[in-house]
Design a protein around this ligand. Sequence first.
Ligand SMILES: [Zn+2]
Length: 130
Amino acid sequence: MSKLKSTKQSTRELFIEHAKKGDILLNQCIKCSNIMLETVYYCDKCFSNSFRQVPYIGKGRVVTYTIQSVVPEGFEDVNSYAWVIFKLDDCDMNVSGFLPGISTPADLPLGSKIKVVDFHDKHGLILQKY
Ligand SMILES: [Zn+2]
């Protein structure tokens, strides 16, 4: 049990390490090559639990988002932000993250280019328009 826990933690640490460099670490199924988020335990196509971790460039385009005007702890200097779902350029995977400085839909048209710039312990991926 404790072994499983420590494995999961190091996967998260690795994910964070990559995010801080602008990459998204994804799991690729060794059996069928299906790409999944690093939080899954079984392949959703073939139910294998053998993965290899593959870093992808954390750049993509905005698919949808929600604008929030009440900012969470740690972002008091930001007036408002968007919780963004974006599709990675390099694979067919949607990822979500936190984009500071968005107050109206005009600030962020759908399809805007977005990239991962950092990782926040509580709020996850930190994004930036580019
Ligand atoms: Zn699979």
